[in-house]
Design a protein around this ligand. Structure first.
Ligand SMILES: NC(=O)c1ccc[n+]([C@@H]2O[C@H](COP(=O)([O-])OP(=O)(O)OC[C@H]3O[C@@H](n4cnc5c(N)ncnc54)[C@H](O)[C@@H]3O)[C@@H](O)[C@H]2O)c1
Length: 309
């Protein structure tokens, strides 16, 4: 099977590429390296440094069976600061990928939406039906969703939409202005610096380990029940930022008083996935938080030992 991954140099894309290569599939990866790193891409991937907004990506899609469309501008605060680029990448870029997939008659497009689509819903645990976006990032993902629906309607294309909650694990991008919370805590504590908590630390997040997400990716490839469906991918449990901080601190054996800063705009206070739809397919998240965090810690330590942090 020939699989295309957009955003292959990013966190989820690079982990997925490794899994597919290990399963003996042909993987062609596209990324413009705006956020991701070439070093993240596993060997065996045919890599193309291209922008998803560029119509020349079309020729790369010829002969592809399935596309995983993961490339996006996806840091909520970056998106709040630049709605125009957010729309350009997440809407125009996404439509360009769908169009390339259509012309190449790709069998299925599996693409990333986000739990951010539920920002204003307040319904917990949140089912797939509770779409109420607020931030520019979430609105851009909603536009992608509507385009996928129109491609289904007018061209009979097959899609699976994945609403990731807080995915974590090795290769998670820690270089952003505001890194994901787990990487931020691990790095600061390993450096002996006080980690920053935005808000009171009571915000609660549903975290899911990247290998568990990959199990679902593989299921999408082989199980036609996922055709033209949307799934929440979370763990169905949530933890406060303070709980995460305590756990990381205990696992590292380092205690430092966190520094509290004002909350970030556009972020939900509580996320909790209703994962019953994904569970009904026989999938279930297997990695507990402590085990997953130990893997994330090993990765950050490896990066530090290599002088990259
Ligand atoms: N990580 C999560 O917890 C999470 C949660 C919800 C949704 N998502 C979605 O899942 C997808 C993957 O997320 P991730 O965590 O791996 O993000 P990431 O930032 O690590 O990876 C995204 C990749 O897309 C690439 N990219 C960005 N703009 C591009 C462009 N114009 N052309 C080509 N490549 C471009 C970046 O260079 C990067 O390598 C995204 O669509 C994201 O919105 C992720």
């Amino acid at each position: 099977m020939k699989i295309i991954i957009t955003g292959v140099a990013g966190f989820i894309g690079a982990n997925l590429a490794r899994k597919l290569i290990d399963s003996n599939m042909d993987v062609l990866g596209i990324d413009n390296l705006s956020y991701g790193l070439k070093e993240n891409i596993p060997s065996g991937v045919e890599f193309h440094n291209q922008d998803i907004r560029d119509s020349r990506i079309e020729k790369l899609f010829v002969g592809a069976d399935v596309v995983f469309h993961l490339a996006a501008k996806n840091c909520i605060s970056d998106c709040q600061n630049d709605p125009v680029e957010t729309a350009d990448i997440n809407v125009t870029g996404t439509v360009n990928v769908f169009e390339a997939a259509r012309k190449a008659r790709v069998r299925k497009v599996i693409y990333a939406e986000s739990s951010a689509l539920y920002e204003r819903s307040g319904l917990l645990p949140t089912p797939e039906s509770a779409v109420q976006p607020e931030s520019f990032y979430a609105v851009s993902k909603l536009a992608g969703m509507h385009f996928a629906e129109a491609y289904k309607r007018y061209f009979g294309m097959t899609f699976t939409a994945l609403r990731y909650f807080g995915v974590y694990g090795p290769i998670q991008d820690y270089r952003r202005t505001i890194p994901p919370v787990m990487s931020a805590f691990i790095i600061k504590l390993l450096k002996g610096e006080r980690p920053v908590i935005y808000g009171t630390g009571e915000k609660r997040r549903d975290f899911v380990y990247v290998d568990d997400v990959n199990d679902f990716h593989l299921l999408c490839l082989r199980d036609s029940r996922t055709d033209n469906e949307t799934y929440n991918l979370g763990s169905g449990e949530n933890h406060s930022v303070l709980e995460i901080y305590e756990l990381v601190s205990r696992l590292l054996g380092v205690r430092l008083e966190p520094e509290f800063k004002p909350d970030l705009p556009g972020e939900a206070q509580i996320t909790l996935a209703d994962i019953s739809k994904a569970l009904a397919l026989g999938w279930k998240p297997k990695t507990d938080l402590e085990t997953g965090l130990l893997h994330a810690i090993d990765y950050i330590k490896f990066e530090m030992a290599g002088g990259r942090i």
